[in-house]
Design a protein around this ligand. Structure first.
Ligand code: AMP
Length: 290
């Protein structure tokens, strides 16, 4: 049984469950308290706070875990990243009060007090750039600290920057970019137990990666005049070039199937129309394994 630590609540929990569901690992809650769940087959989920997941994985209480890269880095534990899940995207930034006029870290005077829920990453960042600071650890809402007079600047996560703006703060530097990651400590565990668990873990990575890869692609089908096939090939590169299929009683048309980037579907349809294509159909892809 491979045990995977997943966030029990918070920003990442919903999307993590959705991803596992899409990969065919439906989270089935056992009992009324959602502390653990069967993921089907050889996987079991345990639900803990995102912040605790690096420790659980590093200590071997779970074989793998999903949490924010910011939390993995802050924990200082040596974990191996198996997969970037491409959601929970945010940045750890340094922010100063708007009215301070500070636009870069070089302009921050003296030894500022830094309010942050990320003391370790903040300390190493300011050490790296050769600045003396006093760290004021807070567990949340760091953005109000400068207004309360308990800090001069803050280091906190942001995705859109709106919380900072609303609180009269301006971003002056980015320390780290983060997304949710699947991490493990298995590379460091004794080789004896490797085989079965490593195989299961590799399969898990493959399943999740195939869902992530499919999310921003679409499967497109169109009936194409045979005379336009060469031009259509330029519009529809596909994974290995488009698939061309005969249509029964299709006359001068053949069917063409291809995988396209979701972001280019709009443009592609217009280009196919211009080439005289008909019966254009676009569908989502559940999984994609190249
Ligand atoms: P939680 O505290 O359980 O809600 O999870 C917070 C995690 O969500 C962080 O450690 C980040 O990895 C991620 N995250 C994504 N966007 C943001 C954001 N704008 N603010 C805070 N955390 C974010």
């Amino acid at each position: 049984m491979l045990r995977i630590a997943l966030p029990n609540k918070g920003r990442l929990s919903e999307e993590v469950r959705e991803l596992f569901n899409d990969a065919g690992l439906e989270v089935r809650i056992v009992g009324d308290r959602a502390l653990s769940a069967s993921l089907g087959g050889e996987f079991e989920a345990i639900f803990v706070r995102s912040q605790d997941i690096p420790e659980f994985v590093a200590d071997g209480a779970a074989d793998a875990g999903v949490t924010g890269w910011d939390l993995v880095c802050e924990s200082g534990r040596q974990l191996e990243q198996l997969l970037d899940l491409e959601f929970g995207r945010c940045r750890l930034v340094v922010a100063a009060r708007e009215e301070s006029g500070i636009a870069s870290v070089e302009q921050i005077d003296g030894s500022p007090r830094v309010a942050t829920p990320f003391p370790s990453l903040s300390r190493s960042y300011f050490e790296r750039i050769g600045r003396k600071v006093e760290i004021v650890p807070v567990s949340g809402a760091a953005e109000i600290a400068p207004h309360l007079g308990i800090a001069d600047i803050v280091v906190d996560l942001t995705s859109t920057g709106s919380t900072f703006r609303v609180n009269g703060l301006r971003e002056v530097a980015t320390i780290l970019e983060s997304t949710a990651r699947l991490v493990t400590a298995r590379a460091r565990s004794p080789a004896r137990q490797e085989d079965e668990k490593t195989r299961a873990l590799n399969e898990l990575v493959m399943a999740l990666a195939s869902v992530i890869r499919a999310r921003d692609r679409r499967y497109l089908m169109a009936n194409v005049p045979k005379s336009q096939l060469e031009q259509v090939r330029d519009v529809l590169p596909g994974l290995k070039g488009p698939t061309v299929v005969d249509i029964m009683d299709g006359g001068s048309y053949v069917a063409v199937h291809a995988v396209v980037a979701a972001s280019s579907v709009y443009r592609t349809i217009a280009a196919l129309k211009a080439l005289g294509c008909e019966g254009i159909l676009v569908t989502r892809i559940e999984r994609l394994m190249p």
